[in-house]
Design a protein around this ligand. Sequence first.
Ligand code: 5GP
Length: 178
Amino acid sequence: MEKDIKEILFTEEEIKKRIEILGKKISEDYKGKFPLFVCILRGAFMFLADLLREVQIPLSVDFMAISSYGGNTESTGQVKILKDLDTSIKGRDVLIIEDIVDTGLTMDAVTRLLRTRKPKSLKICTLLDKEERRKIPVNISYYGFKIPNKFVVGYGLDYKEKYRNLPFIGILKEKIYM
Ligand code: 5GP
C-alpha cells in the first residue's frame, strides 16, 4: 500500500497531537451539555474513535452512512443516505464528525436534512478541509487540517475501499486512479 503513496501529509504523531487539541476545545465548548456525535461513515470512523478518547464530557454517538463518490475521486454531487441515524436528534446538541469537506455538497445535504429534525444546535467537525475546492459554503466549527487540492487516503480515508488502515494521511499517486 505504501508504495502507492506519493507524499505523507500528516504522520500518526501529527494527527494525534492535533486531535488532542481538538478534543480539549470541544470538551470546553460543550461543557455541561450532553452532545450527540454523528459520525459519517465510512471515512470518519478512525477520526471519531481517536477524537472520542480526547473528549472529557458525557456524550452519545450515532452513525450515518452516505455515498457520494461512487468509487471514483470526483464528487457526483449526488448524496445518498445508505444508513440513517437510529437516534432522535430533536433538541440535541449535534456535532457531525466528518473525514473531509471537499466541494461541500455532502455536508450541505446532510446539514439541510438534519436541520429538518430540529436539533438544538448543529455543528461540523471535520478532520480535513479542502477549502479551495468548495462549491457550496459550509460552516465548519472544528477542523483538523486544511489540505491542498490533492486526493488523499489513509487514516480512514479510502480509494475504492483500500488504504483506510494506513495510520497516516498521504497523497495517492495519480497513476493509481488516472
Ligand atoms: P464533498 O461532497 O465535500 O465534495 O465530498 C465529501 C466526501 O468526498 C468525503 O466525505 C469523502 O468521502 C470524499 N472525499 C473528498 N475528497 C477526498 C479525498 O481527497 N480523499 C478521499 N479518500 N475521499 C475524499
